[in-house]
Design a protein around this ligand. Structure first.
Ligand SMILES: NC(=O)c1ccc[n+]([C@@H]2O[C@H](COP(=O)([O-])OP(=O)(O)OC[C@H]3O[C@@H](n4cnc5c(N)ncnc54)[C@H](OP(=O)(O)O)[C@@H]3O)[C@@H](O)[C@H]2O)c1
Length: 311
């Protein structure tokens, strides 16, 4: 079977650049949206040029020019959006409404993967304010896709390792502590940690797979389902030292959120659902699919291996 042609929208972003790389590695003809709006951002320009050097095609298009998006979409079979959605940096998930309209008007796309790559928003109807905005916006995009009968795959990627594992899930830092660590509650809630390159590998694996059509795919490889305590133990083994542990209770965690700025409250709300409620692993995959079962050939990165980077 011929491999699908892929357009990545948001290709210079954090997860986007890894998706571009995985798409090229897996032999897909890969297009990356080159937005004139990036202006003089030399880092983005350099990255786009490096994609080009690796064999990607750059296609010009802007979210303020509908026809340019339609033109870009018409070049490919599959569109993957990695639009920004992290409040402390940039969040423009609803910009994707314009992309969905372009896909609808183009009429040729066999699969659309919107910018998800986190918790499954369909399971977060009860989420706390204001953090629920992320899930609500992702659900708005889903509804537009489904109303337009656009074939889709939703990737639920759980915790990106650089945000959640490298820091032993501590807030406000991306490096692991070497002396003291804070546990959320008893630290025994199951969490799923994912190396972002593996997120990209699994994502690209799904795009030509009939088993993933119109489904949510959970990235939940069994050895990466860990409690915070288990993650910390791996780090302790690597550095040959036990860390001093303190605990923050659920009530104290919730009250410490009050009065923070919006981005911090959003982030803490997400931490709450992950580390106290256990929203990543407290349900069965059911009629949807789990990536490591679908693609057992992928040698996913275990977190002890991942943490070696930080020693
Ligand atoms: N599971 C996790 O732990 C986790 C962690 C972080 C993020 N996520 C999710 O991953 C997804 C992508 O997030 P990210 O952190 O990779 O995003 P990001 O790096 O902040 O941004 C991705 C891209 O969004 C595009 N973009 C931003 N503002 C735009 C605008 N006004 N108009 C057009 N394009 C715009 C840019 O595309 P160009 O390349 O064209 O400039 C940018 O490179 C989100 O859905 C987020 O919720 C999950």
């Amino acid at each position: 079977m011929e491999k699908s042609k892929v357009l990545v929208v948001g290709g210079t972003g954090y997860i986007g650049r890894k998706i571009v790389k995985a798409s090229l590695e897996q032999g897909h003809e890969t297009y990356v949206l080159q937005r004139p709006d990036i202006g003089l951002d030399t880092e983005k320009v350099q990255m786009l040029l490096s994609f080009k050097k690796q064999g990607a095609h750059l296609v010009e298009g802007s979210f303020s020019d509908h026809q340019s998006l339609v033109h870009a979409v018409k070049l490919v079979d599959v569109v993957i959006s990695t639009m920004s959605g992290v409040h402390f940096r940039s969040h423009n998930l609803l910009m994707q409404l314009k992309l969905v309209q372009a896909i609808k008007d183009a009429g040729n796309v066999k699969r659309f993967l919107p910018s998800e790559f986190g918790m499954d928003p369909a399971l977060m109807g009860h989420a706390l304010q204001p953090g629920r905005v992320t899930f609500d916006e992702k659900m708005t995009i889903r509804k537009t896709i489904e109303d337009a009968n656009i074939p889709f795959t939703y990737i639920s990627a759980n915790c990106f390792a650089a945000y959640f594992a490298g820091n032993l899930s501590q807030m406000g830092t991306l490096f692991p502590p070497r002396d003291r660590v804070v546990l959320y509650g008893d630290g025994n809630v199951k969490v799923v940690y994912m190396d972002e390159d593996d997120v990209a590998t699994y994502t690209i694996k799904t795009i030509d797979d009939p088993r993933t059509l119109n489904k949510t795919i959970y990235l939940r490889p069994p050895e990466n389902i860990l409690t915070q305590r288990e993650l910390i133990e791996k780090w302790e083994k690597l550095i040959g030292k036990r860390l001093e542990k303190s605990t923050i209770s659920e009530n104290d965690f919730l009250s410490s959120m009050k009065g923070l700025d919006f981005a911090q409250e959003v982030g803490m709300g997400h931490f709450y659902h992950i580390f106290y409620e256990g929203c990543l692993a407290n349900f069965e995959v059911g009629d949807e699919e789990e990536a490591s079962k679908l693609y057992p050939e992928v040698q996913y990165t275990r977190m002890d291996e991942y943490l070696k980077l930080y020693v």
